[in-house]
Design a protein around this ligand. Structure first.
Ligand SMILES: NC(=O)c1ccc[n+]([C@@H]2O[C@H](COP(=O)([O-])OP(=O)(O)OC[C@H]3O[C@@H](n4cnc5c(N)ncnc54)[C@H](OP(=O)(O)O)[C@@H]3O)[C@@H](O)[C@H]2O)c1
Length: 227
């Protein structure tokens, strides 16, 4: 049985855990405060889920998702993640993360910084451009006509293939946005960030029920991004 490992079990991590359990995957959740603090979520998710330390989640996961505030990603110990595919859901919000001059100047992107930190991992940027409520609401089985697409960016073709396979299992199609350096095309503030999945473009994310976005819609939004 395949296992999804999660470093971070908040809005996005908890949602991915739910989608994974629904898909018949085993899930190992972790956070910064310790496995015992995840007992309630684990009980809710059922027998396929367990909580562990971040290193144990990394070890157990066929896929490993890092889904924590960006600034905390640079505190992660790189060694347990070496040689692993790491799915990075992070976004740069200076008001939360503090200022990173290389991001403010546009010299690089947040996932490239994570890749620099996790130099021996294969980082793929994914799940960062959709509100957690929509991520849960818009998952659809393979073949459903209203399946939504999510952009992915990464430098390693095999890592992107494995990411696409995970998306398929969880209920999504993938749009390859290119190398990690193309991640700016679906960073905060771009047309691909949150907006394709809104029913009403003028509504607040958390009040909108969500709306499916097909491959063409997501590609169009990626193309429309400007720096
Ligand atoms: N919320 C969304 O809809 C959304 C959508 C797309 C992308 N994102 C991005 O995805 C990332 C996660 O967002 P979120 O909303 O899911 O965050 P969140 O709800 O605040 O959850 C953060 C999780 O990360 C854990 N964590 C923090 N530092 C950690 C560390 N050093 N080691 C292990 N675990 C750690 C926290 O555990 P403790 O509580 O124990 O510290 C918590 O489980 C952010 O970069 C965010 O911008 C969010």
């Amino acid at each position: 049985m395949a296992t999804l490992g999660l470093i971070g079990s908040g809005h996005i991590g908890g949602t991915l855990a739910r989608l994974a359990v629904n898909a018949g995957l085993d899930v190992v959740l972790s956070n910064s405060r310790g496995p015992e603090t995840l007992a309630g979520l684990v009980a809710e998710l059922g027998p396929r889920a367990r909580a562990a330390t971040p290193a144990q989640a990394a070890e157990a996961g066929d896929w490993l998702v890092v889904t924590i505030p960006l600034k905390n990603s640079f505190q992660l110990s790189a060694a347990p993640l070496a040689g692993r595919l790491v799915l990075d859901t992070g976004n740069y919000y200076p008001e939360r993360d503090g200022h990173f001059p290389r991001l403010d100047s546009g010299e690089t992107t947040s996932s490239e910084l994570v890749q620099e930190h996790l130099a021996d991992s294969q980082v793929v940027k994914v799940f960062n451009n959709i509100y957690s409520g929509h991520l849960l609401a818009l998952a659809r089985p393979a073949g459903a006509p209203d399946r939504s697409a999510l952009p992915i960016a990464g430098d390693d073709a095999t890592a992107k293939e494995r990411t696409t396979a995970l998306l398929d299992a969880l209920g999504y199609l993938a749009v390859d946005a290119g190398p990690l350096s193309a991640g700016w095309r679906f960073q905060p503030g771009t047309p691909a960030y949150g907006l394709p999945y809104l029913k009403d473009q003028s509504s607040r994310l958390d009040l909108d029920p969500g709306h499916p976005a097909d491959i063409a819609t997501v590609k169009e939004a990626l193309t429309a991004a400007t720096r």
